[in-house]
Design a protein around this ligand. Structure first.
Ligand code: URA
Length: 437
């Protein structure tokens, strides 16, 4: 393998072969290729892109760098879901119990939050007693018995991606579609599910800032999935304003429980319903209207909420949180954010709101930071809502009164209020599915 030759060819826009890609990924994972050469190659890929064969070869090489999880022992239709990251996004915690109540199986490996985006594992750990560290046997037992578990990564999946992602993060080469797509799909395909749904976020709080970029990423993700024989669906959804109205760990547990109790007239539920419909349709072939009716039925009957309680109890958590939110961690103080003027809320920029929540203790600046699980933001007025001067736009939760004071001023500055009526942007921009090849 001649890495310099590869960098030079990619620099001039030529395609790399499968053998070259596989050996450079393996060489880098084993420490035989130095960071500076890999950085140069990644930057050349960033500018020149990769064709479909190269992107597939990169995905395959990253999968082969580590272990694969077969999920053998779990019976039924096994599904997985991935979000490209957002603010106030507790989708998994609503989607999982609904799918479980409809007979699908979700053994989900989730991650922690970093930066302005939250992580499902952190949210779940705000439930007293709940553990996200299950053995493989427990994952199989819980998924078979209940229909869902949510755990941290159990096997050493895609070590090449771990190393390359860290390098991309420090060399400004994250936002490249072939690199993002192969990174996400290698992790998802290393776990052998029957179907996969990807929630590709676009807008202020997302990697992809506009719908055209989001569509391109979604198409690339679906093409990779279907080439590997996985039924893959992608939803392109808006991350202009936070998805749910609560941002923060225990606050997002409350948001998810409220949705499962029937608070379904929300952007969060719309996204959940669309994701669930895609996966259920893949299994049953029913028409969308029938599936939507069934989704509402499992919520209205309490079946989905019961699944949530069973899954929480199986993982050692207290299922009583569903009835008593005071069992969840609480911040020491709360403060309302009064609107500086009357009108209609025109903009709640997701990334900046996520950063405020993070600064109140809901998120981390570095991987070692400790979270304040009760901290965060409850948005009372969403985009399009009318607000009077002095009326509360949101309630902020935190332990440090001074940080709360600062956050009130920041929130007032970043939320735009318009004199004219405002319509919220559509939540769903499109769906992409391709028959597996
Ligand atoms: N998420 C990933 O897992 N990888 C990327 O490259 C970007 C987002």
């Amino acid at each position: 393998m001649n890495v310099l030759h590869m960098i030079n060819r990619k620099k001039h826009g030529q395609a790399l072969t499968e053998e070259e890609i596989s050996s450079v990924v393996m060489g880098y994972t084993l420490g035989e290729i130095p960071d500076y050469q890999m950085s140069a190659l990644l930057m050349a890929i960033y500018f020149q892109g990769m064709n479909e064969e190269e992107t597939l070869a990169l995905t395959r090489a990253m999968i082969h760098s580590g272990e694969e999880v077969t999920l053998e022992g779990i019976s039924g239709y096994k599904v997985d879901k991935h979000s490209t990251g957002g603010v106030g996004d507790s989708t998994t915690l609503v989607l999982g119990p609904i799918l479980a109540a409809m007979g699908l199986k979700l053994a989900k490996m989730s991650g922690r939050g970093l930066g302005h985006t939250g992580g499902t594992l952190d949210k779940l750990e705000s439930i007293p007693g709940l553990s996200v560290d299950l053995t493989v046997e427990e994952i199989i037992e819980g998924t078979n018995a209940i229909g869902m578990v949510v755990v941290g990564q159990t096997a050493d999946i895609t070590p090449a991606d771990k190393k390359m992602y860290a390098l991309r993060d420090t060399t400004e080469t994250v936002d490249s579609i072939p690199l993002i797509a192969s990174s996400i799909m290698s992790k998802k395909l290393a776990i052998h599910n029957d179907a996969l749904v990807l929630d590709v976020k676009v807008g202020d709080g997302a990697f992809m800032k506009d719908v055209a970029q989001g569509e391109e990423l979604a198409r690339t993700l679906v093409a990779i999935g279907s080439s590997f024989g996985r039924d893959t669906y992608a939803l392109i959804s808006s991350m202009e304003q936070p998805l749910g109205s609560r941002i923060g760990n225990s606050l997002e547990i409350i948001e998810a429980i409220e949705a499962l109790k029937g608070n379904t007239d929300t952007a969060l539920f719309q996204v959940v319903k669309t994701l669930a419909t895609l996966l259920v349709k893949g299994k049953t072939g029913e028409d969308e209207g029938t599936i939507e009716r069934r989704i509402h039925e499992v919520v209205a009957s309490g079946a989905a909420l019961k699944k949530f309680q069973e899954f929480v109890a199986f993982q050692g958590g207290s299922p009583q949180v569903v009835e008593d939110y005071s069992l969840l961690p609480q911040a020491a103080h709360s403060v309302e954010v009064p609107a500086l003027k009357g009108g209609h809320v025109a903009k709640i920029p997701a990334e900046a709101v996520g950063n405020i929540a993070r600064d109140l203790g809901a998120g981390r600046k570095t991987l070692d930071d400790e979270l304040n699980l009760g901290a965060g933001i409850h948005i009372l007025k969403r985009v399009g809502d009318a607000v009077a001067e002095g009326e509360a736009l949101a309630v902020l939760y935190g332990d440090d009164p001074q940080a709360l004071n600062t956050a009130v001023g920041e929130y007032q500055q970043l939320v735009e209020i318009s004199g004219a009526a405002v319509e919220a942007a559509p939540m769903i921009h499109g769906v992409i599915h391709e028959q597996s090849r």
